[in-house]
Design a protein around this ligand. Structure first.
Ligand code: FAD
Ligand code: DHB
Length: 393
């Protein structure tokens, strides 16, 4: 198979890249390791920044998102049962977030791609990327038991944390950074109306809790659990009881309902400081992982793609490699901002040391500062909704 851009991975990064290149008359083929059912059923994030929604809209991929996505003008932050509301519109000049499940984004983009008779191979795992230091890189893959080769001008590795892209990067051309947090999230989806209109992030002496939602009838919630736990350790009763303890504030009542999905996500940060080598480019989770507190992972993946599209369009339309050469620099500024914000939200709201310790007092001081200072609330608001692209230029 031959194409201009060979894309590995049909997650949010790979699919957005494919659509955006097509819009600019650049061809691509996507290889995806997993089956369509698996990818579309994988429950993950749900918080879309303003930038992400704007991009989906511009690409003509937001019909269902506009109908079913739920716009939020603010977020609730809670600490030891006390709550502060952060109103985005007022603090960021009208920017907001939209709640819409990642797997719905992936479904919409996959449908649109296949409806346009574009090429996407499921159960086609890339095994090796070769010749990326030449003008004719090749991706070796296996599909339906047969070996295949995708020949292209550029390789975009949008293949997530465990993909082949990052493993292929020459070890001496980047530095990597890793943090493993000593806790994980147990996430659930439940058939019950959300008990809140806007999200609630809560510190409690038992640990962190987050109340999010998917629709008027489906709630999404998370609790901090020790590393190494299994969802089987957590009965439905135990989950609801822990959530209602941790989310309690005066006048708030958590409604429980049947849980239909339970999964554990480890919390880590991972970074490499170079996103390309020759004609191989990494985007999204392939290049960086942030802990999920604050919902940045998916949005960061889409932002990387914006910069990569700029580079590829300059190459094909203006015969210039300047923007491709600048890709890492452009993307890294936002990635480090998100690393910092995700780390800030994680360390502010998770239980890390004994309740009442010095570290706890610092967390509490940061929370109290939110009550006192509009500047502090604005810092949270502008990072949470995502800074506009112009800010980084
Ligand atoms: P991915 O969505 O991981 O897509 C990569 C794709 O590449 C996958 O479909 C994979 O199957 C495919 N692939 C891998 N290897 C190969 C190969 N060799 N050949 C072909 N294809 C390959 N973020 C939040 O903001 N909030 C959350 O609550 C949240 N929860 C998460 C829970 C889990 C379990 C995980 C793993 C992530 C979570 N994230 C969350 C992060 C967010 O979902 C990711 O940042 C987002 O999926 C990144 O998109 P991506 O396209 O870069 O990578
Ligand atoms: C969701 C996930 C997050 O990590 C977050 O910070 C907010 C919302 C969600 O899945 O809805």
């Amino acid at each position: 198979i031959k194409t201009q851009v060979g894309i590995i991975g049909a997650g949010p990064a790979g699919l957005t890249l494919a659509h955006w290149l097509k819009r600019n008359g650049i061809s691509s083929v996507i290889l995806e390791l997993r089956s369509r059912e698996y990818v579309e059923g994988r429950v993950r994030a749900g918080l879309l920044e303003q930038n992400t929604v704007d991009i989906m809209n511009d690409l003509g991929l937001a019909d269902r998102l506009k109908k079913e996505g739920i716009e939020h003008d603010g977020v609730n932050l809670s600490f030891d049962s006390e709550r502060v509301h952060i109103p985005f519109a007022e603090l960021t000049g009208g920017r907001k977030i939209t709640i819409y499940g990642q797997q719905e984004v992936v479904k919409d983009m996959t449908d649109a791609w296949l409806d346009a008779d574009e090429e996407l191979y499921f159960e086609a795992g890339a095994s090796e990327i070769v010749d990326f230091d030449t003008k004719n890189p090749k991706i070796h893959f296996k599909h339906a038991g047969e070996d295949g080769i995708l020949e292209c001008d550029f390789v975009a590795a949008c293949d997530g944390f465990h993909g082949v892209g990052r493993k292929t990067m020459p070890k001496d051309n980047y530095r990597s950074y890793d943090i493993t947090y000593p806790f994980s999230w147990l996430g659930i989806l439940a058939n019950v109306a959300p008990s809140t209109d806007e999200l609630i992030y809560a510190y409690h002496e038992n640990g962190f809790a987050l109340h999010s939602l998917r629709s008027e009838t489906v709630s999404r919630l998370y609790v901090q659990v020790p590393n190494g736990e299994s969802p089987d350790d957590w009965s439905d009763d135990r989950i609801w009881s822990e959530l209602s303890t941790r989310l309690a504030t005066p006048g708030f009542e958590l409604k429980a309902g049947p849980i239909f999905d339970k999964s554990i996500t480890p919390m880590r940060s991972h970074m490499i400081d170079n996103l390309s080598s020759g004609r191989l480019f990494l985007a999204g989770d392939a290049a960086h992982i942030v802990p999920p507190t604050g919902g940045k992972g998916l949005n960061l993946a889409i932002a990387d793609v914006k910069h990569l599209v700029d580079g590829l369009v300059s190459f094909y339309k203006h015969n210039s490699t300047d923007d491709l050469d600048n890709y890492t620099q452009m993307a890294l500024r936002r990635i480090w901002r998100a690393q910092d914000f995700s780390n800030f939200m994680t360390t502010l709201f998770h239980k890390q040391e004994e309740h009442g310790s010095y570290n706890y007092k610092l967390q509490k001081a940061k929370f109290d500062y939110l009550k006192m200072s509009k500047a502090s609330r604005t810092t949270i608001a502008e990072n949470y909704v995502g800074l506009p692209f112009e800010t980084y230029e």
